[in-house]
Ligand binder design. Structure first.
Ligand SMILES: [Zn+2]
Length: 278
């Protein structure tokens, strides 16, 4: 792991791990944005697909270890593999080993939402992949994942979540909650009904993880939403609410799927001022 895949907030360290590599049609990822606009910002392959990574952020706050999202995991059906054009298996275990810890060291996991590319990694077959971790999800999202009529039911990891719930390893949140002294979650909605953001704070620095409300750096303009967003107006509202604050406070903001940039600081006009990796 190179130093560019780490971010030290001062007492709280973040490490980007690889939860799997995939491709989606660029038109799907950029919804209402015309192709000539987005293909400058995120160049597609000849077949119009764009490369994406299911980023997992490991958080070390001095007393606990946690994860923001969990990647695809190892149990992806053929149908799901085709939907996501999964090209690279999750490297989560290798990433943890490089940091010098194992799955049993993880104390908590925040899932931005329960789609497979974020939540698939919580189970290993029938056993929890992180036996000592409490998994934090919005109540609304847990309900949505169980709804067989929801649009995205085929990419939901609802059964995995239910299995963890039966083992008393989950924590359903209604709105805002503190996961640790340094980690808070907030309901955003938008990409999915119960989608949540995570704010990781240290002394003098912070990083906001907006999940799929901000899939790539090209999605920074609030109206650049994905066709996969169930509630695009809520995605726009969440970006308008949070991004000016990110700029004002000098926080980092993470991109859930960008293969080139994992996080950025923003200038007052909302454009990226500094990327990580640079
Ligand atoms: Zn996603």
């Amino acid at each position: 792991m190179t130093s560019s895949q780490r971010l030290d907030l001062g007492g709280v360290r973040l490490y980007w791990l690889d939860g799997g590599g995939f491709r989606l049609d660029g038109g799907t990822v950029f919804g209402p944005v015309p192709r000539p606009r987005w293909n400058v910002e995120y160049p597609p392959a000849e077949d119009n697909t764009i490369p994406l990574t299911a980023h997992v952020v490991l958080v070390e706050d001095g007393r606990t270890w946690g994860l923001l999202d969990s990647g695809f995991g190892h149990h992806v059906s053929d149908r799901q593999r085709r939907f996501f054009t999964l090209e690279r298996e999750t490297q989560l275990e290798q990433g943890l080993a490089e940091v010098g810890i194992g799955a049993s060291s993880i104390d908590w996991i925040v899932l931005s939402h329960l789609h497979l590319d974020h939540a698939g990694g919580i189970m290993n077959g029938d056993a929890p992949a992180f036996p000592n971790a409490r998994v934090w999800v919005q109540q609304l999202e847990a309900r949505e994942a169980r709804d067989t009529t929801s649009r995205a039911y085929g990419v939901y990891s609802g059964q995995a979540f239910d299995r963890l719930t039966a083992l008393d390893l989950t924590r359903e949140v209604d709105g805002q909650a503190s996961v640790t002294d340094h980690v808070e979650v907030y309901l955003t909605g938008g990409h999915s009904r119960g989608h949540q953001a995570t704010l990781v704070r240290a002394t003098g620095a912070a990083m906001l993880h907006l999940g799929d409300v901000l899939a790539t750096s090209a999605h920074l303009p609030p109206a650049w939403v994905s066709a996969l967003d169930d509630f695009p107006l809520d995605t726009i509202r969440a970006k308008r609410q949070w991004l000016p604050r990110v700029a004002r406070e000098g926080w980092w903001v993470a991109f859930s799927h960008d293969t080139r940039h994992f996080a950025a600081r923003l200038a007052s006009d909302g454009r990226p001022a500094e990327f990580r990796p640079a």
